[in-house]
Ligand binder design. Structure first.
Ligand code: ATP
Ligand code: MG
Length: 295
């Protein structure tokens, strides 16, 4: 990617070609604030396009889409989901948030809960966090060391354990591709300074207090470890069929527009079409039409 200002979603795309370096991807596109209304209008236009395409996707029921969003706290996952998806028919979209795993979930393999929340083909699932937590927060906190599993699964060093997981995830996403799904992976890349500003706002603004917890500061203190984990995870799991989009998130209105661009582009590539009506079906529709006009 070039050094200049980001203007295009293609600049955010990493498909596994070469080595991924997180430092090459800015957190701030430095677009002029005066242009935020213009970008909001562009996002709104994309929302309409999304709604049209989603209607066809649902009618056709041929392919399913998983959109997953990963980010550090306060990067804007929730508000992005709300803004970008507000135009689509709720019947065709399921949103699922990946919280700390329950006992039942921990007693299964880590992809189990993701599989349980896959959409049926024709629908979109939006994952707020995802199975990538199992190579991010788990890696940063070395949670795998506490897993109750045979030695052949955990008895190895960190690099080997997570390299296996990256491979498992690549295989899983390829399996989905071969079974009529696409996975669109978004990393909302917020800067550490911008996170501080947003945390302060959460503390100062009583309507936002509920969004802040002391634990958020503990995770913030581990920023370099998280960036390392993100870098390794994105490098190890980006593929041609399931690339990552690393989106500068310091300016929310710009990030929203970029995500809407990525989703529209993906849906356009899926090229959903309304099912064609056969001659027989057309004839029967005409029969029904006749009956209706006579009654
Ligand atoms: P907000 O941005 O509003 O705080 P959130 O997505 O951070 O929303 P929380 O309930 O605050 O939601 O946090 C969910 C927590 O669950 C995160 O800290 C995340 O890292 C953790 N988590 C998710 N999946 C796993 C996992 N597989 N193993 C361990 N922790 C996980
Ligand atoms: Mg949180």
């Amino acid at each position: 990617m070039g050094k200049g200002i980001l203007v295009d979603i293609r600049d955010c795309r990493f498909d596994g070609e070469g080595r991924f370096r997180i430092g090459d991807y800015p957190t701030n596109a430095k677009e002029e604030k005066a242009k935020s209304d213009e970008y909001a209008a562009r996002t709104a236009a994309n929302r309409e396009r999304m709604a049209q395409l989603q209607d066809k996707l649902y009618a056709e029921g041929r392919e399913g889409l998983v959109i997953l969003i990963q980010a550090m706290d306060a990067a804007g996952k929730d508000s992005t989901i709300r803004h970008v998806m507000s135009g689509v028919n709720p019947q065709g979209v399921d949103v699922y948030s990946f919280k700390q795993p329950s006992h039942e979930e921990l007693a299964h393999d880590y992809l189990w809960r993701a599989v349980r929340h896959l959409p049926e083909r024709g629908k979109i699932a939006l994952f707020n966090r995802s199975y990538y937590e199992d190579v991010l927060v788990v890696r940063v906190h070395q949670m795998q060391k506490g897993y109750k599993m045979p030695d052949r699964c955990t008895g190895m060093d960190d690099d080997e354990f997570f390299s296996k997981r990256y491979r498992q995830i690549r295989d899983f996403e390829e399996y989905l591709w071969e079974n009529g799904y696409r996975v669109l992976k978004v990393f909302l890349n917020v800067g550490k300074d911008e996170q501080r500003k947003r945390f302060l706002e959460r503390i100062d603004n009583p309507t936002k207090n509920w969004k802040f917890s002391e634990g958020d500061l503990r995770e913030r203190a581990l920023w370099p470890q998280y960036m390392k984990a993100y870098e390794a995870a994105i490098d190890g799991t980006a593929t041609k069929h399931a690339p990552w989009y690393v989106i500068p998130a310091d300016q929310k209105w710009f990030a929203r527009w970029l995500i809407s661009e990525a989703i529209v582009a993906e849906l356009e590539e899926m090229d959903p079409r309304y099912p064609e009506v056969s001659d027989d079906q057309r004839a029967s529709l005409m029969q029904c039409r006749l009956q209706l006009t006579e009654q």
